[in-house]
Design a protein around this ligand. Structure first.
Ligand code: ADP
Ligand code: ASP
Ligand code: MG
Length: 816
């Protein structure tokens, strides 16, 4: 025989009940002997509790809720039950409703609510639902009978979560079932004391009822039918990519549910594990799926079996010199808590014995504080034990699995995942059975911690990177295009999903935790809210997503203003925007330090040479112990083109005009010709080698005469330049005769950075530089006689966006 328990999530709507009927019918058709246990319709128990407190405070609002509950049950009956069954069933419900009404009326008169009365009120949920379900089954032609479990499940008088007298319960159940042939539709959750007062078995207790019946009748299986595909690797409401666990052990299920996996009530696993009765979790709305079987063995293919969390706990720390070396302290501490009915969720003690820290539910934190103050009154007076402080707004995240026993490195992986996402751990506990590692984290970080851990343990092959992007212009837009093109390849060969979760232009911004579609973002962005940087930042912080990267593809000074905040929120930054790194040294340093402090990356490969691997190469050289003697570089595509093209027939002014017309220069070519941009780049390279240079430290030899720079408009500039063509040509021709060429070269040598027009002979790497290429030459201790040369296009949307993309991927690799 099997016991089928249907939770509140399965009943409570006509659709759900239809599914339940389908499942029950199926079992009957296959001649499987079953007993059915049912919970209250979903939310009804909460409503009953709420009504009780309204009535106790004299608030007649409970009547409206009562009416709602009545209608909800009546509607189901009229919709699902045959005419012939209807009136009898409506009358049964009517009787129960009036009994409940009387009880609530009594409460509202005496304005007093005891746990005993509350249990009586709470019991109606299951009494309603089992009555209705039995009627529905009958009208489908199944010989079903309502079974009030109160007389059978005998308990103590601990109202709210009564302890069951197992022997009596088993006997009563066995006796009852031995004389009934009809299908029993039993109320979950409720029992009665030796004085026949109604008791409840604790919230979620219907699972326990099913386990008790299953154990008493030595069932072959207890099935817990709910609204998800079984026991999942984490709470599906908190973690997106969960999947169902095929099988897990009683101990694992117990640990996971103790630490918040609501899918099963932990006490339900005690009687069943005693007789090794498998407990199967199944989905009423997806019955053909096998679900999860909880039994003797765990069979997880992963290092851990599941992750769960309790989202509100309080942490108390008992500290003081009086704790050291004194036997029996923890005994006294925990007896004091037990005496006051305070249950402890987690304990952690430092080996120094100087401090014991434990977690309780926030409602009992103050009582715990008081219990300790009473117990250690004398020690506190003597200053041997410090006053106990309550830390609130914390969560517990627990990683559970039998495999952890055999596998080293689990905690390393756990703390790495938390650390990389900036989740601070307030306390740690590991069960001596090594079945569970629990960490206490800020409540605000709970979801991030769960998702990061889930990714680390279950999806280590597939990583998700959450990207916020500001700037949808040439570089930002191209980056999005490249991301779209690469999405499949990244998912396939790199198991990486790059999710665009926030996007802002200069006007609008949008956010979507599930990912903004990369093909249709322009339309969606149009309908976004107006961009305001503080709001953008606020949103990033509020989403608090793991593995997050912020890409700044603007050229804006304002955006730099949020960098430090972004990094402090443990989000890496990638940017082609040079402003932050080429301004005051203090700001550059501050950002780098901030990134290091928060273990995140601040990458800006595209600040120099666009997509060319300049900064990363420099880092690699330095990190591997090489020493930089000299950096020389042509860092402006525009200037490169100009000096490569000038010849006897094509004077400087003509070439500059050509560059402008071909879109190779800024609209006013003087912006390029001042050399300022090149100076910024060599400044950044200098800083990357460890030099604390300021912008003013770069010696910049101007290309243009003062007259050119002062020219009022472009035309007069070109005129002036033409008049200087001769001087320039002379210089050039002279060099040409010596087989030398003019190059505008940035250099760093002996700690000094400069930018100047230089001549390059045939032995010089710059001699053969053509077109608008950039070239960076590192002369180092290792690359001494033949320097290391990086050469290629150093500008353009495609290569720059690709460089930004590569930086983002670098961060994704770091996440593994
Ligand atoms: P029922 O009314 O069927 O007893 P519950 O609400 O008590 O349902 O439990 C089922 C719910 O538990 C699911 O809807 C799911 O949101 C939640 N849950 C939390 N953790 C897990 C987990 N690890 N696996 C499956 N469900 C979980
Ligand atoms: N109806 C009860 C509750 O909501 C018992 C249960 O659902 O298992 O807690
Ligand atoms: Mg439940």
């Amino acid at each position: 025989m099997k016991v089928l328990k249907f939770g509140g999530t399965s009943v409570g709507s006509a659709e759900g009940l239809e599914r339940v009927v389908h499942v029950v019918n199926n079992a009957c058709r296959h001649k499987i002997a079953i007993a059915v246990v049912v919970s209250a319709f979903n939310d009804v128990t909460d409503q009953l509790v709420h009504m009780g407190s309204l009535a106790a405070s004299g608030n007649s609002g409970y009547k409206t809720i009562l009416d709602e509950i009545r209608k909800r049950h009546e509607n189901i009956i009229t919709a699902m039950v045959s005419a012939q069954e209807q009136s009898g069933l409506l009358a049964d419900i009517g009787l129960l409703i009036s009994e409940l009404r009387d009880t609530l009326h009594g409460v509202s008169l005496v304005r007093d609510m005891t746990p005993k009365t509350q249990d009586c009120i709470s019991s109606f949920g299951e009494r309603f639902s089992a009555t209705v379900l039995a009627g529905v089954l009958r009208s489908m032609g199944i010989d079903a009978e309502y079974l009030d479990m109160r007389p059978l499940i005998k308990t103590d008088g601990h109202f709210g979560s009564a302890r069951v007298n197992m022997e009596a319960a088993y006997q009563n159940i066995q006796r009852h079932f031995s004389i009934r042939s009809a299908l029993q539709v039993a109320t979950g959750f409720i029992g009665s004391s030796s004085r026949n007062e109604t008791t409840t078995l604790g919230r979620g207790g219907s699972d326990y009822t099913a386990a008790l019946i299953g154990t008493a009748l030595k069932a072959e299986e207890v099935e817990i039918w709910t609204d998800v595909d079984g026991f999942m690797t984490a709470d599906p409401r908190k973690v997106k990519k969960v999947f169902s666990i095929e099988s897990l052990s009683y101990e694992e299920a117990m640990e996971l549910s103790h630490f918040g996996a609501k899918v099963i009530y932990p006490p339900a696993l005690q009687p069943t594990s005693g007789l090794s009765i498998p407990v199967r979790v199944k989905n009423t709305f997806h019955p053909e799926f096998g679900g999860t079987v909880i039994g003797r063995k765990s069979a997880s293919a992963f290092q851990v079996t599941g992750i769960s969390s309790i989202d509100q706990i309080a942490l108390l720390r008992v500290e003081g010199s009086g704790l050291i070396g004194v036997a029996g302290i923890s005994g006294r501490l925990f007896s004091a808590l037990a005496k006051n009915g305070i249950s402890v969720i987690l304990i952690s003690q430092a080996s120094s014995e100087h401090s014991i820290c434990f977690a309780v539910s926030p409602q009992t934190a103050e009582a715990a504080q008081k219990a300790i103050a009473d117990e250690f009154h004398l020690e506190m007076l003597a200053g041997q034990v410090d006053p106990v402080i309550i830390e609130r707004n914390l969560s517990i995240v627990a990683v559970v699995g039998e495999n952890m026993r055999k596998t080293p490195g689990i905690s390393g992986r756990l703390f790495q995942a938390l650390g990389k996402n900036g989740v601070n751990v307030a306390a740690i506990a590991q069960g001596s059975s090594e079945l569970n590692i629990s960490v206490v984290v800020p409540q605000a970080d709970e979801s991030k911690a769960l998702n990061a851990l889930h990714e680390a343990f279950f999806l280590s092959q597939t990583k998700t990177l959450n990207l916020y992007l500001l700037g949808k212009g040439l570089i930002g837009g191209t980056l999005l295009k490249q991301m779209l093109q690469q999405a499949k390849i990244l998912a396939g060969s790199c198991d990486l999903e790059m999710k665009l979760v926030g996007l802002g232009s200069s006007k609008k911004m949008i956010f979507d935790e599930n990912g903004i579609p990369l093909a249709t973002w322009p339309k969606i962005l149009e309908e976004g809210e107006p961009l305001r940087l503080p709001r953008f930042l606020e949103k990033i912080k509020a989403l608090n997503l793991p593995n997050a990267v912020f890409a700044d593809c603007t050229g804006s000074e304002d955006v730099i203003g949020i960098y430090e905040d972004v990094l402090s929120s443990n989000i890496s930054i990638v940017t082609p925007n040079k402003i932050a790194n080429s301004g005051a040294y203090a700001r550059y340093k501050q950002l780098k330090d901030c990134a290091a402090r928060h273990s995140v990356k601040f990458l800006y490969e595209t600040n120099v040479g666009a997509g060319l691997p300049v900064i990363s190469t420099l880092h690699d050289l330095l990190a591997s112990g090489d020493r930089i003697h000299k950096i020389e570089a042509v860092l402006s595509g525009t200037l490169s083109f100009i000096f490569n093209t000038v010849s006897h027939d094509r004077p400087l002014s003509t070439v500059v005009r050509e560059a402008k017309n071909a879109g190779l220069s800024e609209p006013d070519p003087r912006t390029d010709l001042t050399g300022l941009d090149v100076a910024r780049k060599i400044l950044i390279l200098s800083r990357e080698t460890g030099l604390a240079l300021e912008p003013g430290d770069v010696v910049l030899e101007p290309i243009l005469s003062q007259a050119c720079l002062n020219a009022k408009n472009l035309e007069s500039f070109f005129k002036q330049l033409e008049s200087e063509d001769g001087i320039f040509e002379k210089k050039r021709a002279l060099l040409e005769n010596k087989n030398q060429r003019l190059r505008y070269i940035a250099s760093l040598e002996n700690g000094k950075a400069s930018v100047a027009l230089k001549s390059a002979g045939p032995d010089d790497p710059f001699y053969s530089l053509s077109g608008s290429d950039n070239m960076i030459v590192f002369t180092t201790e290792r690359y001494h006689d033949r320097p290391l040369v990086i050469k290629g296009p150093g500008a353009g949307a495609e290569v720059t966006a690709a460089g930004v993309f590569a930086d983002i991927l670098r961060i994704a690799n770091y996440l593994s």
